[in-house]
Design a protein around this ligand. Structure first.
Ligand code: ARG
Length: 466
């Protein structure tokens, strides 16, 4: 069975494509969501066409009004998308032309190849802005949780083994730093997204005197200094999807960071750690075990990282063998990009909401942080201050730890006499290193989890994120 012939086939073809061909090639089922940007681009293009005399004033006004009306119908869910018209571009243009005769002039000097490149750039530009807002929200949630529990200490871990004490806030701020670099990467990517490809035509520009700068200005393709940003090679412009790969890569790293945070949350909420409690509304239950309260938001944020990383691989693979210039393969970029943007945005927002509804179990944190073994390194530093080289000091403290294990005593319960059986350098003040409060006050290097330093970092982030 053949289908109705879309505009792209009129003239050259004897009829529409076979039904399964139409179904295989359509993109309207997913690219409809570009409608807002498609209309925005068309209005800018039409405005320029009027300036160069292709459209009369009344034609431009009819086109603009027609597109606005279509936009309103789409927004209200009243527009009828037609799969036989392939994609969002043809659907909107065909409907416009049905209503406004001048619609037939809208595609002057334009191809769907530069049109789709434009739409994707406009769409992604907005998407990056939204995402940056969500990331700032997650950063704020982390800072708030740190501030509310500014005095809470927990063990820091390496190899998932207790290592040294840190303020909980320090641990949370580590994620704030990662997220900040994610923002920088996204913002950097934004500068290359923010370049106007319209006027590149199908591959080779146009013989008509189009005003590319004007269209770019209307669509706000300008850099921080107000300089108009235009693609400089028509072939590159219609086949370039680097900007999507960059976004997908930055988003994949963001997803990985969120996944690591999720993993910490999942550990901390377990009975074994018991450092945090997530409010009921942000957890789920088990269909079988009545006692369960599961951290599903964190688990899904961790799990969804897989598809975000996969989308990056899909996009890279999609591009790797493509000859110049536009190839229909490129239609496959959309679902991958949409999925990445939707997924990281939702994960970022939900993780922030979950953290805003998370309480710290101070008792469990204090119990874990009071493990004196966490300060074994401080004892070695004590010996260094007394003049011993670090390597022998490390060895001596190792022997002290072994003795504590053998005698079944916590490190800070050993007597001075016991310490001195291992090292004569130990003095009366040696056991003082196990005072957690003074131990934390001493960690005052830039970036260290010292009392003052963490307070400064919290204040810096609070200000930066306000
Ligand atoms: N739906 C197409 C895409 O997403 C639009 C461009 C079609 N261009 C073409 N020459 N068939 O790539």
């Amino acid at each position: 069975m053949k289908t109705k012939s879309p505009v792209s086939r009129s003239g050259r073809f004897t009829g529409g494509p076979a039904a399964d061909v139409a179904q295989f090639t359509e993109s309207i089922s997913f690219d409809w969501r570009l409608w807002r940007h498609d209309i925005q681009g068309s209005i800018a293009h039409a405005t320029m066409l009027q300036k160069i005399g292709v459209l009369k004033r009344n034609e431009l006004s009819a086109i603009t009004k027609g597109l606005d009306a279509i936009g309103k119908e789409i927004a209200a869910g009243k527009f009828k998308w037609k799969p036989e018209l392939e994609d969002v571009h043809m659907n909107i243009e065909a409907e416009l032309t049905k209503r406004v005769p001048a619609g037939a002039k809208l595609h002057t000097g334009r191809s769907r190849n530069d049109q789709v490149a434009l739409d994707m750039r406009l769409w992604l530009r907005d998407e990056i802005t939204f995402l940056l807002g969500e990331i700032a929200g997650l950063q704020r949630a982390l800072v708030s949780l740190g501030e509310k529990n500014a005095d809470v200490l927990i063990p820091g871990y390496t190899h998932m083994q207790r290592a040294q004490p840190v303020y909980l806030a320090h641990h949370l701020l580590a994620y704030v730093e990662m997220l900040e670099r994610d923002c920088e990467r996204l913002w950097d990517c934004h500068s290359r997204v923010n370049v106007c490809p319209l006027g590149s035509g199908a591959i080779a520009g146009s013989t008509l005197p189009l005003k590319r700068e004007l269209v770019a200005k209307l669509l706000n393709f300008v850099d921080a200094n107000g300089k108009v940003q235009l693609t400089q090679n028509s072939m590159d412009a219609v086949s370039d999807r680097d900007f999507m790969v960059e976004f997908a890569a930055a988003a994949a790293l963001l997803a990985v960071h969120i996944s690591r945070l999720a993993e910490d949350v999942i550990l901390w909420v377990s009975a074994e750690f018991n450092y945090i409690k997530i409010a009921d509304a942000y957890t789920t239950g088990s269909s079988l075990m009545p006692q369960k309260k599961n951290p599903d938001i964190a688990e899904l944020a961790r799990g969804k990282t897989g598809r975000v990383v996969g989308n990056l691989m899909s996009l890279l693979t999609l591009l790797k063998g493509l000859p110049m210039t536009y190839n229909r393969d490129l239609q496959e970029d959309k679902e991958r990009l949409f999925d990445t943007a939707d997924t990281v945005r939702a994960s970022t927002r939900l993780m922030a909401a979950m953290l805003q509804n998370t309480k710290i179990n101070r008792t469990a944190c204090a119990a874990a942080a009071s493990d004196p073994a966490l300060l074994a390194t401080d004892l070695a530093d004590y010996l260094v201050r007394k003049g011993m080289a670090f390597r022998p000091a490390h060895h001596v403290v190792g022997a002290v730890v072994a003795l504590a294990e053998k005698t079944g005593k916590p490190l800070n319960q050993l007597t001075l006499a016991e310490l001195q059986t291992i090292g004569k350098t130990f003095g009366r003040d040696a056991l003082g290193v196990f005072n957690l409060k003074t131990a934390m006050a001493k960690r005052n290097l830039t970036g260290a989890p010292g009392t003052k330093e963490v307070a400064n970092q919290l204040a810096r982030w609070r200000e930066q994120l306000s």
